[in-house]
Design a protein. Sequence first.
Length: 392
Amino acid sequence: MYKTPFMNKQAMFRLHRCCARFGLLALLVLNACSESADKRQPQPVVQAVPGEVYLTPDSPKKAYVKTSRLSLTRPPLLEPLAGKIAYNESATSRISSPVSGRVLNHPLPLGSKVEAGTVLLELHSPEVADAQADYAKAQAQVTLAEHAFRRQQELYQGKVVSRKDLEQAEDDLSQARSEVQRAQNRLKNLQLASAQNNARFALRSPINGVVVERNVNPGQQVGPDLDKPLFVVSDMQRLTVVMDVFEVNLAKIKPGQQLNISVPAYPGETFPATIEYVGQVLSETTRSVQVRCALPNPDGRLLPGMYASINVESPPDALAIVVPLTAVFTEDESDYVFVAVDENHYKQRPVKMGLRLKDRAVVTEGLQPGEQLVTEGALVLRAEEDVNDANP
């Protein structure tokens, strides 16, 4: 250090101490700058590849990306068809009274479970009284004709009457017996006992089921000429789905084919059905054919009148990849998806679509079973790809 001739020892000591302090301070500043520079050293960047996206493990965009492993499933054959649930006509009876009369008792209430032969109501009927009287009169005529025939036989054996008189008596007996049979058949047709003679008629259910409609009240005068049936009894465990199939799809529908039914009342649930009958007449107005399907209803939750959505699926051996439409995006009239290569690496891939439904589509080319498909967040990855391309 340069020393001036006027600098004393004390001044030189202070100068040395200041220089030492300044050097220490400079050394601390240099160390701090070096550590800060080390901390700001950039992380290694993965080189962007066209059609591929890399997300960092802590990227907030990963929360919007969801994946699912692809597998083969039975694809639908058609778009969901609209239909309506109805009574199964093979298990439904619309019951009217075959005779006129006045209701005597309280008719069976709605919702009642009945078996074949259960009495639904009772009538007091003049027609029943006439039928019972005709049977009694026919029986009396038979008794009288039998006595006359036996008497003619005895007289003929004594050669008192001619054979012609005997044959006439035999013919009268035959006619009387025929009249009894006719009157008895009429009673059987009305399900009346031959010995019954009270002018009462019991209207009975011909099938097992539930009373689903009732159009009669106590004391009402009824007859066979009413517009509506008195009762409708149906087996509610056996229903029918009625749908219209357009002419262009008719070749994909055949009896025995299995369907899945869904109704608004039970979202997320499906009910199996089977095609029973394909109509033989094409509607010229709608260019469609009516199709009827058997719909089991063991728990009774489905009701006639419900609207239904019918899914027609492929045969069990016809498998394909079906993806949600949230996984697909379109550019330049082509469809694309993203496939997850690993947890942070995604690759864009073109695909070809077959049948496209409201929320899903059948993929015919571009994907394989077992791959991880990005089902949600495809547009987020597409936007990230554009950012990477703009900042290589």
